[in-house]
Design a protein around this ligand. Sequence first.
Ligand code: ADP
Length: 591
Amino acid sequence: MFRSIRWRIAVPFAVIIILAMLTLGGILSVQGRRFLIEKTQERLFAETQLLAGLLEDQPFTEENAPSLDALARSWSADLGVRVTLIDSQGRVLGESDEDRSLMDNHAGRPEVIGARTAGQGSSIRFSSTLGLDIIYVALPHSLSGGVIRLSIPLDRVDSDIAALNRVIYIATAIAAVLVLAVAVVVSGRTTRPLMELTAASRRISAGELGTRLAPTSRDEVGELAHALNRMSLRLRNQIDALDAEREKLAAILQQMSSGVVLVDEEGSIVLFNRAVEEIFGILESQAVDRSLVETFRHFRIVEAWQSARRDHEVQIINLELPHRSKSLQLIAAPLRGVLTGNTLLIFQDLTRLRQLETIRQDFISNISHELRTPLASLKALTETLLDSALDDPPAARHFLSRIEIEVDSLSLMVLELLELSRIESGRVPLEFKTVRPGDLVEMAVERLLLQAERGGIEVVVDVPSDLPSVRADPPRLQQVLMNLLHNAIKFTPSGGRIESGARQSGGDPSAAGIERIEFRVCDTGVGIPADDLPRIFERFYKADRARSGGGTGLGLAIARHLVEAHRGKIWAESRFGQGSQFFFSIPISRA
Ligand code: ADP
């Protein structure tokens, strides 16, 4: 309690006032006693003077002693003092309080000597007769050289002084209580705003930055309140700005496609974004505050972090994660400034890039392979023609017609490649129209019917007449159907059967419940081996090179792209040796 400013102000004030009062009281009591003694002596001198006048004609002799003794007693009773009358030899002739005959000679008493020699004498002494301090006053008796002495006990003066002291003590106590009360109230008023400021500062330091102080005074405390308000406002603005900045950074970090991990000097993970979660399949909650070594369990990541930290240089390495089928590039960058000692690890997922690279390489090797065969036969045909066949016109015609076939096949491949690349790059704008599925199937079948008949293959069309129309680009969907029919004819031996049709499918949860029209082309041909089935929609993929003959391996790739451009999907089922079924479905648009 006495630690508070209020008491630290009040208590010293009270102590000072009490000390001052006590000092004053002490001085007053000493001076008052002296003053009272002087006043008593003056009064006694005046009364002695009076008695001296009354005794002027009374001789101080042994014969007159009884009458002097009687006078002493009577005056003592009137004045309330002790009266002693002494002759020139010091014998006591009259005494108010004692038996004079028992009293010794008083010639040597200091006041008696003083009266004789100096005309008046006084003394304060302890009286062994009374056991008290006594004030003595003496004056000479002019007639007989005797001395008149009056005396009074000092305890009367002392009791007056004690009464005075009591008053002083009581006054001191009252003053002390009053001073303490006033000091407590005044210091309380002075310190209350300070206490409010203290409470407000505590709230501010606890994070309540909106705390505003109402300055109650214009003094230093008021100034302090203003300063605190300004500080709290600036702090809040700065913290708001920092929060906004942090949120921005967090949003950027979370949206980044690269994985970002911040590691502190001890190797603990401080920050971990969503991309790393996806790349490594580790949750942020399982990584933050844990060690890098424990979390990733990959020595090359740890090595890159250690090198970056030790050499203060950016480390770039490539990583393979075989269990997650991923190829990564890791950049480990040591940080500077306030983050010195920390290292930023950035993981870039190169898997897709690598896949594209593989596709590109496959494409180049496929296309060179596809070109090599017709070019080699062209070369052989022209060489034979130049060597000998020119002189043999029928043979020359034969070679030339074979050259024409090879050139046609090359032109077809170039055309299909161009077509595929145009569709893939979105340069073939689709013209959507409302069209009946039956019309699409019938027109495609009609165009290839002759070819089928020539191959001895029966073709059947099965489309319900009440099928809803679809929104599609008719020539493009016909192209898909014709590619499928063309393959069916090509891979079905004579005597076989092809069935083409369409039906409504929908409410299928895998198709998100959207109603669709499903087209199909089914044959009783050679079928596709199960291993090849998943790959037949890839460019240049041929399951059966011998039968494919002049085929480019591009037809199904083109069909897949066209169907996907219609927001549809294409798939195949087959049993090797028994036939194949190709399906594609596109959404019914009721708009
Ligand atoms: P291609 O020009 O070789 O026909 P496609 O892309 O149209 O190229 O077909 C790719 C491969 O898929 C063919 O080479 C063939 O092996 C297989 N294939 C396609 N349709 C059928 C089918 N109806 N029956 C059996 N195999 C088929």
